[in-house]
Design a binder for this molecule. Structure first.
Ligand code: GCO
Ligand code: MG
Length: 408
């Protein structure tokens, strides 16, 4: 079965997505997600100019060989642009393999290890009553695990949550905003560190001890600040504290780990298994936050999880709306198959996105399932996608009171 076409589709229904569509001489098609939030067009060029021409004529059944060929022959390894491009090829070839075998991808990965994937949603609010309402809304939608993000007294924006649309239309709950320049936000770590434990105390008081609660620190703390936060949140029994320090310096996690038993999750901006090597081996984290889309696809995600299993480290794959329905499906198949699944982030795409990507997954009583259609279970409506041309959009960034740019 030979590859005869590799087309890159860019669409912006509720936000920008980059999708690779591979077609074979037998008429089978496969989809892959190559969306890199805020740097989308760099991956489009990488795929169109440097990858698609190499795929034509290749045997579509040789997933591992194609992955290794793209990774090694390019000479320049790793990095989000390269790995998002390779991810899209890998996912599309798994999709085709599933369709050829008439099986959902999770069956090809060894079959289901569970009935469904526990998912967490994102609750947020500037005040405690608003936060409680948001948690209740998520519970009404079926969520059994909730990420809690909150406003900090004295700061104008709640960091890391849904952008406020200027047109009133939904812009997929996610902080990137359309416009030619990133929005500027403010930040003060001391206020945050003082405030956050009081929020979790109030949430536990209101919702009781059972509800799994998560929090994302978005790389904003120094190691000693992260250690202090982990310690001060221990009474509230977090499911995890995510991205507590900037991901470049992995040594920082050693210091954090010495001081707290709050479980740690990291890796949404990691691109290869090498980024996790020391963190997993030294048991400095509890959850792998990689996304199929930025980690080279299904094949390496499966490999890192098999490595992590030796150290009782579980999955917590990155699933905000900047992972397209194709990328989300890819990691749902992996999550269903592996033994060391932990939790799946699930933010929910908007109606326009769901009309562009027809999906077969289900979300029932807080559990996701990728469905049983052959392949990944997602189809792209190319005409519908064509109605929404790319629109420039960036994540916000923040500055301290004295004007210094801070980590996002
Ligand atoms: C998460 C992420 C998101 C980011 C987004 C940036 O944990 O889901 O940190 O909150 O905003 O993925 O591209
Ligand atoms: Mg995060």
């Amino acid at each position: 079965m030979k590859i005869v076409a590799a087309d890159v589709v860019v669409t912006s229904p509720n936000r920008n997505f980059v999708t690779l569509k591979i077609t074979t001489d037998e008429g089978l098609t496969g989809l892959g997600d190559a969306t890199l939030n805020g740097r989308e067009l760099a991956v489009v060029s990488y795929l169109r100019d440097h990858v698609a021409p190499l795929l034509i004529g290749r045997d579509a059944s040789r997933i591992e060989d194609t992955w290794q060929f793209l990774y090694r022959s390019g000479y320049w390894r790793r990095g989000p642009v390269t790995m998002a491009a390779i991810a899209a090829v890998d996912m599309a070839l798994w999709d085709i393999k599933g369709k050829a075998a008439e099986m959902p991808v999770y069956q090809l990965l060894g079959g289901a290890s569970r009935d469904g994937l526990m998912a967490y949603g994102h609750a947020s609010g500037t005040s405690l009553p608003a936060l409680f309402d948001s948690i209740r809304e998520h519970q009404e939608q079926g969520y059994r695990s909730i990420r809690v993000q909150t406003g900090v007294p004295g700061l104008k924006s709640i960091y890391g949550i849904a952008a406020q649309s200027t047109t009133g239309e939904r812009y997929d709950h996610e902080p990137a905003q359309r416009g030619a320049y990133p929005a500027e936000e403010d930040w003060d770590t001391r206020s945050y560190l003082r405030h956050l434990p009081t929020v979790f105390e109030a949430v536990r008081h209101e919702f009781g001890p059972d509800l799994p609660l998560l929090h994302d620190g978005h790389h904003r703390m120094t190691p000693i600040q992260a250690a202090r936060l982990g310690k001060s949140l221990e009474p509230y029994d977090l499911f995890w504290l995510e991205d507590c320090t900037p991901a470049e310096n992995q040594e920082a996690l050693r210091l954090v780990r010495q001081h707290t038993t709050t479980p740690l999750a990291i890796g949404e901006i990691f691109n290869t298994v090498w980024d996790f090597q020391a963190l997993i081996k030294e048991q400095l984290i509890d959850y792998v936050r990689a996304a199929s889309t930025h980690f080279g696809g299904i094949s390496p995600l499966r490999k890192v999880m098999d490595y992590a299993a030796q150290y009782q480290v579980k999955s917590g794959f990155h699933g905000p709306t900047d992972i397209s329905p194709v990328g989300l499906a890819a990691q749902m198949h992996v999550g269903l198959a592996i033994h060391n699944f932990g939790i799946q982030e699930y933010m929910q795409h908007g109606a326009k996105t769901n009309a562009v990507f027809q999906q077969s997954f289900t979300f029932t009583d807080g559990y996701l399932h990728p469905g049983d259609k052959p392949g990944l279970g997602v189809e792209l409506d190319v005409d519908e996608a064509g109605r929404y041309p790319y629109e420039v959009a960036y994540l916000p960034y923040n500055r301290l009171a004295d004007g210094t740019v801070h980590d996002w």
